[in-house]
Design a protein around this ligand. Sequence first.
Ligand code: HEM
Length: 211
Amino acid sequence: MVRWFKPFVFLACLIPLARLGWKAYAGLLGANPIEVITHSTGDWLLIFLLVTLAVTPLRKLTGQLWLIRYRRMFGLFAFFYGVLHFLTYIWLDKFFDLHEMLADIAKRRFITVGLAGFVLLIPLALTSTKGWIRRLGGRRWQNLHRLIYLSAIAGVIHYYWLVKADVRKPLQYAFVLALLLGYRLWVWAWPKLRLREKSSPLATREEASGS
Ligand code: HEM
């Protein structure tokens, strides 16, 4: 079932790009096409980051173990839209003018933090294969891939800093990200809290007295 379904999911992930391509072809990108492309690729980059982060909680909460088979694909699509977003900036927006880009990075803090978020995704994309999991070992690979948390946080800050007035959309993304990271924090902290509770002198005394 997963094997059959995967090509459909893959094609569905390409719809935002196809839509953008169609709009460009039909001349529907409006007065500022670069802005439309930057916004669309940025949006989809962030959406795919959040979808990737949602796979593990969804799998655990619903017991649908097959969901994990899509995580790598979603993560790689996040990187793919990230590359398009970055290319739009360095190619269409800045025409590879390194001087202007460096000035921009230094001057506009939302560019600096966005760049950091994108750079963090590069080692994750490069080590996403089974061969790299084997080479690094499961534990080290997992620790490295936790960089996705920082990348998503940088992405949300980037968006929050770049909007001028209406911060509702970046705040919605921030809320979803907080839920996804909060779930992980809870899963990590809960057994430790329980253990501490159980081994506290008060609990031991209460257990001994049978109360
Ligand atoms: C994890 C990395 C990143 C994420 C998640 C991200 C996400 C976004 C999002 C969601 C938007 C706004 C889309 C909208 O308005 O609907 C955006 C806009 C933008 N991003 Fe990124 N981005 C990232 C990295 C970068 C990088 C590396 C650059 C360039 C070096 C960049 C340059 C821009 C620019 C120039 C805009 C438009 C700003 C404006 O309208 O004034 N972003 N990005």
